[in-house]
Design a protein around this ligand. Structure first.
Ligand code: SOE
Length: 385
């Protein structure tokens, strides 16, 4: 089996989820590579965290210069899990060095950057994937399957919600290693790039391209303290965002996201209502999908009768997406498995020279929608994507 030497660019939350996936994937999937955690990068200022990270996940070496790590001839895959503003330079350097690339979302700070990244990756012709991990929740993959099987029929309404509540307090600082997500220069945008990017990716995957949209964003706390410098900083990222969309297939949708939704920690919901059926997924009950069957997908004939109602399907059987790789029917998998599933898909596709979605082109689409959302909110008008 071929060895796959991993260079991990980052040692935070996503560094942990990705490292765990490399360590676990071969236990559950028949993959054509043997991943080796070769080297991980972190800033000199974060040396203590970097060493702890190395030890926890079993990296052979550490590096504080990411360009050196990418240039190493023994590195096969570059995994970009650093803060958003670094993605562009890291992905382009990795492409130019001919490495396979996995990059966290949001892919870039804006669509202009994303275009450059896509051009570099296309020119290099390297295997690539952008980590929209929720596509690999078995119930979400099943959602897509129901649509492809014609069980929803002509779609009318798509509804997406992504809510958290961790920035409500004025005491939460902006900037610093854990809260760079509140710093526009580092993150690019707020909930739009961080949370709605997931919802937009899932929506376009499941229901096709978004044509035009109209958005409203809000910043509830306008000034915070930078955790590293102690300075007062003006907050410019969106704390909350809502938008209306028209899909190319004629359906219409709503998207809502906030980090001020008291009680919601990582609530993500999507619903699609069509002529023949409807489906709902909610990440607080990730092992379930709800399905409403109105008509037979083949004949279009109404099957609704006095027993009809929402079915709550436990997605843990061998015939459900990914589940045959894990335990026995009725037992659950969790958040870390979405990353294992996507890594397995990526490695198997890369070995065959096939595209693994979401690839950089899918991520560019998401970035274009995010940019349109921010522009629409700023200009208070409908915007074409
Ligand atoms: C933000 O809190 C965050 O970590 C996102 O950056 C992830 O993409 C999301 O899946 C969980 O929440």
């Amino acid at each position: 089996m071929k060895t796959l030497n991993v260079g991990m660019l980052g040692c935070g939350f996503m560094g942990r989820t990705h490292s765990n996936a490399y360590n676990q994937v071969g236990h559950f999937f028949d993959i054509p590579f043997k991943p080796v955690l070769k080297c991980c990068y972190g800033r000199q200022e974060d040396m203590e965290q970097l060493k702890k990270f190395q030890k926890a996940w079993g990296y052979e070496e550490i590096e504080t210069d990411w360009r050196k790590l990418i240039a190493r001839p023994d590195i096969d895959i570059v995994d970009v899990v650093a803060p958003n503003f670094l993605h562009k330079d890291m992905v382009i350097a990795a492409a130019q060095a001919g490495k396979m690339i996995i990059c966290e979302k949001p892919f870039a700070m804006n669509a202009e950057e994303a275009e450059e990244m896509v051009a570099a990756v296309d020119k290099a012709g390297v295997a690539n994937m952008v980590s929209f991990c929720y596509r690999r929740v078995p119930a979400v993959t099943l959602f897509k399957q129901l649509v492809d099987e014609g069980r929803i029929g002509k779609p009318f309404h798509y509804r997406a919600v992504y809510l958290q509540d961790y920035t409500i307090s004025q005491k939460v600082p902006a900037g610093g290693s854990s809260l760079w997500r509140l710093d526009a220069k580092v993150a690019g945008s707020g909930v739009t790039g961080d949370l709605l990017a997931h919802s937009i990716d899932a929506a376009e995957w499941i229901n096709g391209p978004i044509k035009r949209l109209c958005a409203k964003t809000e910043i509830f706390i306008k000034e915070r303290t930078n955790a590293e410098t102690g300075e007062k900083v003006k907050i410019t990222i969106d704390d909350a965002c809502m938008f209306l969309v028209e899909f190319a297939n004629g359906s219409i949708g709503t998207f809502e996201s906030s980090r001020y939704a008291r009680g919601r920690k990582n609530y993500q919901m999507m619903e699609l209502n069509g002529e023949k059926g409807a489906a709902i997924f909610n990440l607080e009950e990730p092992e379930y999908i709800q399905f409403f069957r109105y008509a037979d997908p083949d004949t279009g004939k109404k099957v609704e009768d006095h027993l009809t109602g929402w079915q709550k399907i436990l997605v843990t059987n061998g015939e459900h997406p990914y589940m045959s790789h894990y335990w026995v029917p009725g037992t659950m998998i969790g958040y870390e498995h979405y990353f294992i599933n996507q890594l397995a898909d990526f490695l198997i596709a890369a070995d065959k020279g096939e595209v693994c979605h979401a690839d950089v082109h899918d991520a560019l689409r998401v970035q274009k929608v995010c940019d349109a959302v921010i522009r629409s909110a700023k200009e208070e008008r409908w915007v074409e994507v």
